[in-house]
Design a protein. Structure first.
Lengths: 293, 161
């Protein structure tokens, strides 16, 4: 199908975009790369009266690295993240995850800000933001708000962003020593939305987790930081302990069933990913040998 | 109420001035206003890849791009790539390997394949599959398409000075 009719305004600055959003509220939608918004509009899931195109705002572009933070402008495209040496060095989890975000033609236009503001619970980047303890920087009438990623995603396509605010950047704290990451997902076709996925950031010393943040996606209405992972921190991980944690994970998840996977299949795949993740991060192939039980 | 917006862009090297409604996507603009019907419209939500074109050198989904977003851009379609001879060898390989049956997906497949071959001279079959994962062939002629792209890559290496 095709999008219904709307008015179009090309924002000339962040201030101008905010004026338009304040004037039109939830009748307006922000367009950046359009790779989530356009499908939703073409499918008539949403029919905004006004599109505010921020695609040419140079102030929202670019990646900068300071001593303790990596700041990524909202309009940074997926392909820019994939090619960025700064991201490869300072946020390798993100660099790896990008390869699973849709297809090359979509990565050439889709932006990090658009993906996060859209907040599809089956998409990769929101989960990465939670795993990386990112801060989402939002601009509004009264200045900037800084929201922890864990508090930003509030439901299916729902975020802490109001209709009068603009997501302008994300900030990733510098990774501590001994940081390690893991990313994997199950999808019917490479690049499709995940059936179940896992993005994890960890600190590993020897064979012990000092910190472990496995975040699952496509298993609920938002990215889910696995509480069960706390069982694996600061102690030697045995196959029995890992099986216990995987069982606890399955119990804490409340996935939906759909045409792609049943509830029990999603729980099973989530357990499998947690086991593979822990085995990979601890470099203990023996832990994955038994599967997810 | 929505009013037409003036846009000015280059399509296959030619300057184009037009007025378009904001809701018009780039695929429909190319097909209906410029009669460039080689760009196909399949799913209209970014899944099938039949509408793949180049904007400023990058392949994009023209069904997920508004015509107004192409203002001041350089757009290249399958007609442009065909006429310039840029993909003549790739097209010949598609014919030789029977890599097209109904032909609906072919323009998008060629755009995606050429995009890969421009950045990687000898991609593995796995890399070819990954790069084309966003393009559906409902005749399911995938093996022949990968054969044709692999053959073209090898032939281009052989020709390189």
């Amino acid at each position: 199908m095709k999008a219904s009719a709307f008015s179009y305004a090309r924002a000339t600055s962040v201030g101008n975009a905010l004026e338009l959003l304040i004037a039109h509220g939830d009748k307006a939608k922000v367009l950046s790369g359009g790779q989530s918004l356009m499908p939703a509009m073409n499918l008539r899931l949403i029919s905004p009266e006004l599109i505010v195109d921020i695609g040419e705002l140079a102030e929202l572009q670019g990646i900068s690295v300071s001593r303790d933070v990596v700041r990524i402008g909202a309009l940074t495209r997926h392909v820019d993240l994939a090619r960025s040496p700064e991201i490869a060095t300072h946020a390798p989890l993100l660099a790896q995850a990008i390869g699973h975000v849709a297809h090359p033609a979509i990565r050439n236009r889709g932006t990090i800000g658009g993906s996060l503001a859209h907040a599809d619970p089956a998409s990769e980047l929101p989960a990465c933001m939670v795993a990386l303890r990112a801060v989402i920087v939002v601009s509004g009438q009264h200045g900037e708000r800084r929201i922890a990623a864990a508090d930003f995603f509030t439901g299916i396509y729902q975020t802490a962003l109001t209709a009068q605010e603009l997501l302008v950047a994300v900030e990733l704290p510098a990774l501590p020593e001994n940081s390690a990451h893991f990313f994997d997902e199950f999808a019917r076709r490479h690049g499709d939305y995940a059936i179940v996925g896992l993005a994890a950031q960890a600190i590993v010393r020897g064979e012990v987790f000092l910190d472990f943040r496995p975040v699952l996606f496509a298993v609920g209405d938002r990215p889910v930081l696995a509480k069960a992972a706390s069982r694996l921190v600061h102690r030697p991980v045995t196959p029995a302990l890992l099986a216990e944690a995987a069982a606890a994970l399955a119990a804490e998840l409340e996935p939906d069933g759909d045409q792609q996977a049943s509830v029990s299949m999603r729980r099973h795949l989530a357990k499998l990913l947690l086991v593979r993740c822990a085995a990979a991060l601890l470099d203990r192939p023996d832990l994955a040998a038994g599967g997810a039980g | 109420m929505t009013i037409p917006v003036a846009i000015s862009l280059h399509v296959n090297g030619e300057a184009v001035e037009a007025r378009v409604l904001p809701r018009l996507n780039l695929a429909d603009f190319l097909r209906e206003q410029l009669q460039l019907t080689g760009t196909h419209v399949g799913c209209e939500h970014g899944v099938c890849g039949a509408c793949t074109v180049r904007v400023n050198g990058d392949i994009v989904r023209s069904c997920l791009t508004l015509a107004v977003q192409a203002d001041r851009a350089s757009v290249e379609t399958i007609e442009g790539l065909s006429d310039s001879g840029e993909i003549a060898d790739l097209q010949a390989a598609f014919r030789d390997r029977n890599a097209l049956q109904c032909g609906f997906c072919t323009p998008g497949m060629l755009m995606a394949a050429q995009d890969l071959l421009k950045s990687e001279s000898s991609p593995s079959r796995q890399r070819i599959r990954e790069h084309l994962a966003g393009n559906y062939c409902r005749c399911t002629g995938y093996q022949a398409i990968i054969d044709a792209i692999e053959t073209t890559a090898r032939a281009r290496i052989g020709r390189a000075p």
